[in-house]
Design a protein around this ligand. Sequence first.
Ligand code: C5P
Length: 239
Amino acid sequence: MKSPHEYIVFPLDLPRYRDAMHYVEILKDRVGLFKVGLELFISEGPRILEAIREAGGAGIFLDLKLHDIPATVCRALSACARYGPELVTVHCDGGVRTLETIASNCPQGVKILGVTVLTSLGPDALAEMGYEDRYARDVSSLVLLKAGMARKAGFHGVVCSGLEVEAVKRATGKDFIAVTPGIRPAWSLVEGDDQERIVTPAHAVRRGADYLVIGRPIRDASDPADAAARVADEIATAL
Ligand code: C5P
């Protein structure tokens, strides 16, 4: 069974190697995974992944949100696998056949998560993109549709909000991984917060989330290690 702190994913939303490694050193035994996104990966390249691996402790969630023809995504996944990430993200927008090809060529040891619907997309944007009203006006039904496609294709899980995680787990099964961003502990105060559909760590794990992406509440705390420990305590109580 996972320890409570292993549920925590800390996003290294920083452009520089030195700043990212500062948080890696502080948090490597306090969180389960470090999430490396486009900004840090493009700025610093694979050496940041090697450094996280060498630091020990937490693993790597490589959040590059791949989206291309199957052959290109498969080759990119093989390149990712050299650095030993536990999780990688691929957009679900390629359709089931594409997702199946990607899943069946998934390198050993890597788990693929589907990105369902970006939280920056609302009903108007989805309608403009051609989605029928029943999906454009009800984003959670679109998330469920895409999670079902990812499951059917053989992906290992999806990224979804804490408000959708219960329905996603019900539809896809206990073993299908749900990673939820938009987590805000009751004590956290994020200045100018841009996350709207937020839930607490306890709420997310009670509804079945397997990993919680928690950035600013930990990063901006006066003592980030202590903030991560408090989140882990809340998760332990909720499990
Ligand atoms: O906790 P905080 O809001 O600071 O976390 C920000 C992180 O959550 C970013 O790395 C962002 O990419 C990620 N995120 C996500 N999916 C969303 C919203 C945010 O992966 N729908």
